[in-house]
Write a protein that binds this ligand. Structure first.
Ligand code: ARG
Length: 455
């Protein structure tokens, strides 16, 4: 490609080391569409002839079709996808192919291709997130009245519904969708026309090119246009947060599936056995998702570290962006893809949830609220209930079973109605505050999420 300046060709190991085609070939479609838009712009600006433009466009269209249909293999001896497409075009149409690279550089080409590729692939991730939120809302509906302990510090805290707990995850994944959309909106500016770094002496029309390729505008500074990879970092941060959410969810699913909890049972199709212990049913998928979270964080840090200290503008170090972002994207995609059906097929075991909710004095706050509503200051009520809990622990009983007579010894405010006030059902049903755990509130949360996603 750079024949002229060089007397010798590249050492074959150096050639392999330098080349990126084995991973940037994923962007062939974006590269070709970018080149078609570029040819049209060159023709419109009278930089190339209409005849050459037509040859270039039909040549590129055929290459795209051949690659799509598997009729053309990537030539791995080319340094990257940009060189492969150009070389293949020139092989097919001759001289005109050599005119395509006027008023552009691989530096702005690669910056363009990654933006277009990530823009397309972000849609796939959003689709999978929608799918997952759909599975969560359906499962939440199924468990909207299933009472389960809510935890803080992994200690039983207050009764909640399982549906309420699941809907917390729906909110996290909704934020993930909006974060990806934000990142894409900021990324959607075309760098093409920045050329190597300084712009060009040709009378190009960058707006025309940007518009054809569906960008909202053009990058304002050519040096920034070719050296910016912020959008990769932003997307990888968004992917890291998705993984963090999936990992927290995985951890809970693993706990819930254990014999110690047994609130849920994962479908056989999403669990594995042990090669030695016949009784085992392991939550491998959830564990693997939790494990892969580290890998996605690693990809983010790899790119941040690569970019740190890079002088402007393009440096070859930046070729390292692609493997990191592709790996992060593909890992998130794989995890989301397995997670939605795993949630859909997960069996709830409400009887075990209820049994756990009956232990651990999770209605103690409601007992204190009972006294407070009858006029006692909350701090005094809190202290009395603390003493009653201590007595129950001592006598190996629970708040619901202690006699009224015993209650009266702690305070004569207690009456028979305390029992209905502290039943698990009442504890849940009374929590009608917006976003709270009552069945009505959870139903509202489900409806709002479905409306937002139009599902
Ligand atoms: N393969 C290169 C990359 O991925 C394309 C840009 C190369 N530009 C250059 N001047 N070497 O970053």
């Amino acid at each position: 490609m750079w024949a002229g300046r060089f007397a010798k060709s590249l050492d074959s190991k150096a050639d392999d080391f330098n080349s990126s085609i084995r991973f940037d070939c994923k962007m062939y479609k974006q590269d070709i569409l970018g080149s078609i838009a570029h040819a049209k712009m060159l023709e419109k600006q009278s930089i190339i002839s209409a005849e050459d433009c037509e040859k270039i466009i039909s040549g590129l269209t055929e290459i795209l079709e051949d690659l799509n249909n598997g009729n053309l293999d990537f030539d791995m001896s080319c340094e990257d996808i940009h060189m492969f497409v150009e070389a293949e075009l020139t092989k097919r149409i001759g001289e005109a192919g050599k005119r395509l690279h006027t008023a552009r550089s691989r530096n702005d080409q690669v910056a363009l291709d990654i933006r277009m590729y990530l823009r397309d692939r972000s849609e796939d991730i959003i689709g999978l997130l929608r799918e997952l939120i759909g599975a969560i809302t359906d499962k939440a509906e199924e468990g909207k009245a299933a009472i389960v302990p809510g935890y803080t510090h992994l200690q039983r805290a207050q009764p909640i519904t399982f549906g309420h707990h699941l809907m917390a995850y729906a909110q996290m994944f909704l934020r993930d969708i909006s974060r990806i959309k934000d990142a894409v909106a900021r990324m959607n500016y075309s760098p093409i026309g920045s050329c190597a770094l300084a712009g060009t002496t040709y009378k190009t029309d960058r707006f025309f090119e940007a518009e054809q390729l569906g960008f909202s505008g053009i990058t304002q500074n050519s040096i920034d246009g070719v050296s910016d990879r912020d959008f990769c970092v932003e997307l990888m941060s968004a992917f890291s947060l998705i993984m963090m959410h999936l990992s927290r969810f995985s951890e809970e699913i693993i706990l819930w599936s254990s014999w110690e909890f047994k609130f849920v049972e994962l479908d056989d199709a999403y669990t594995t056995g042990s090669s030695i212990m016949p009784q085992k049913k392991n939550s491998d998928m959830a564990e693997l998702v939790r494990g892969k979270t580290g890998r996605v964080y690693g990809d983010l840090f790899a790119l941040l570290t690569t970019l740190k200290g890079l002088p402007l503008a393009y440096n070859k170090d930046m070729q390292e962006d692609k493997e990191a972002i592709f790996d992060s994207l593909e890992t998130v995609e794989m995890c989301l893809d397995i997670f939605a059906p795993m949630i859909r097929t997960m069996k709830l075991i409400p009887s075990n949830m209820y049994k756990a909710a009956q232990e651990g004095f999770i209605n103690a706050t409601d007992l204190a609220d009972y006294l407070t509503k009858k006029g006692l200051p909350f701090r005094s009520a809190y202290k009395i209930v603390g003493q009653i809990v201590a007595e129950c622990i001592d006598k190996k009983t629970v708040l619901d079973s202690l006699t009224l007579e015993k209650y009266k010894k702690h305070s004569d405010i207690f009456e028979e109605d305390l029992y209905s006030e502290i039943s698990l059902e009442a504890c849940v049903e009374k929590r009608i505050s917006e976003g709270g755990t009552s069945v009505a509130s959870v139903e509202k949360q489900i409806a709002l999420v479905r409306k937002e996603l139009e599902i």
